[in-house]
Design a protein around this ligand. Sequence first.
Ligand SMILES: O=P(O)(O)OC[C@H]1O[C@H](O[C@H]2O[C@H](CO)[C@@H](O)[C@H](O)[C@H]2O)[C@H](O)[C@@H](O)[C@@H]1O
Length: 363
Amino acid sequence: MCPYHVVTIMTKQNLSNAKSCVNPTMFMVEKPPPPPSPPQPRGSYINNISRKTLVEINGEPRIMKSWVDSMRASSPTHHMSANLYEDKTSWMVHHPSAVDMFEDIISVSKGKKIVMFLDYDGTLSPIVDDPDQAFMSHDMRGTVRKLARYFPTAIVSGRCIDKVYNFVQLAELYYAGSHGMDIKGPSKGSKYSKKGTQAVLYQPASKFLPMIVEVYKELLDKTKSIEGVRVENNKFCVSVHFRCVDEKKWGELSQQVRLVLKEYPKLKLCQGRKVLEIRPIIKWDKGKALQFLLQSLGYAKCNDVFPIYIGDDRTDEDAFKVLRERRQGLGILVSKTPKDTHASYSLQEPSEVRIFKHLSKVH
Ligand SMILES: O=P(O)(O)OC[C@H]1O[C@H](O[C@H]2O[C@H](CO)[C@@H](O)[C@H](O)[C@H]2O)[C@H](O)[C@@H](O)[C@@H]1O
């Protein structure tokens, strides 16, 4: 039974999948041997030294040196010193390129039920200054369309569903917007929405809607004097962008945001790529959304499911971690610079994600 109090109508298809998946033995990459695991974080996610920046502001603990340090940390320099070069080389040993390893990925996933999970910003579209201009290329859309033809495919984004849908424009996909707090299934008539199926719909933070509207307005007002700030309402969360803010003003901005949040103990502050993310304090994230979708597809206890999650941001780590813990499928981090990650493989930039259009070879 679904533990998430969600109405999901089982189709003949996912019922039979569920029945055929009685052995809960976990799948792990068998051939070739998986790349060595990156060092596992000590303690909980929040206690990991290099993830100091992902803190709860109202809930304990606060474990950061300063918010401005953390905002700088979310903007790694592109300059590579000799040391960084060595770091990158050794990091690549632990997180090899998914492009170089593609044939191996094909061979280990052969015969498995692949499910694709794709982050949007920085994964399907390049990072740009204006969040409204983060378009994905026509070719990338073609790749995603092709993937969805063969495998259940989900977009998992920090953006609200409407915005990310406007960019992606593919009705046949699952969408998990607002960092997984708003999950919808494919529209009727698509391959994964057969007769008798109802679009999966789950909104674990729905009671926070009025609070989010309120805090969005407050943040707009309290940060309007800072040039370059962009406040985005993502339905169940709010993003405060500082990509176009002069670094000298970052301290002032973070202080304003924290002052506003003092009045909202039920909200927490996280960080993404030059963005402060305000989210409800609930135990829900992109990792939980991934688990929810696997369960909805009837793959919860399946030993031959092969989820592939591709993402570039800290919030994607929750999903990478779930895959690592399930010992199923693989996580792929899109990053040019070495990062502490639970992902097994890496890609340099969004354009490399297109290699996955060849994944249909497994069928
Ligand atoms: O989970 P994602 O799909 O990666 O969404 C995370 C945030 O992405 C967007 O912001 C990021 O991309 C912008 C456009 O390239 C860039 O200007 C910004 O600096 C990045 O942080 C989006 O605007 C946010 O709402 C999402 O939360």
